[in-house]
Write a protein that binds this ligand. Structure first.
Ligand SMILES: O=C(CO)COP(=O)(O)O
Length: 137
């Protein structure tokens, strides 16, 4: 836990449409660990995760194209998140591409652990939930 509120571990989980099935599958594989995490998601991603795993603690924000990416960006600036898992679709143009860029940019600016793929997302879970507390050097 590195968020400034000092309580539970907070993850943002976001996926573009072409990768929503993939994030739902990934959450299922990490269910035991993610059940110990407070999850914040953009609207449609969060609804899918909640529907499939009602036992998880998921807060749904606005849909990405309607401001959800920006809400997550604001949480990063306010140091309310410990990690961002963002399964980006690299093959489709997005009407809200500027928001997508802004979100990944802020994760970089604030040195927030960010995963855009399953393997990196696994490593984040291993480092932040399954392993010893992560302390940035
Ligand atoms: O568009 C998104 C991220 O850029 C995701 O938004 P939804 O989860 O609402 O589809």
């Amino acid at each position: 836990m590195n968020n400034s509120s000092g309580d539970a571990t907070h993850f943002a989980l976001v996926a573009h449409d072409a990768r929503k099935d993939e994030i739902v599958d990934w959450v299922g594989l990490q269910l035991a660990h993610l059940s110990r995490v407070q999850i914040f998601s953009t609207g449609t991603t969060g609804s899918r995760i909640k529907q499939t795993y009602p036992e998880l603690d998921v807060t749904c924000l606005k849909s990405g194209p309607l401001g959800g990416d920006q809400q997550i960006g604001a949480m990063i600036c306010e140091e309310k998140l410990d990690a961002l898992v963002f399964f980006v679709d690299p093959l489709s143009p997005m009407p809200h591409d500027v928001d997508v860029k802004a979100l990944t940019r802020l994760a970089t600016v604030y040195d927030l652990p960010m995963a855009c793929s399953r393997s990196t997302a696994d490593l984040i879970v291993k480092g932040l939930v399954d392993g010893d507390d992560y302390t940035p050097v």
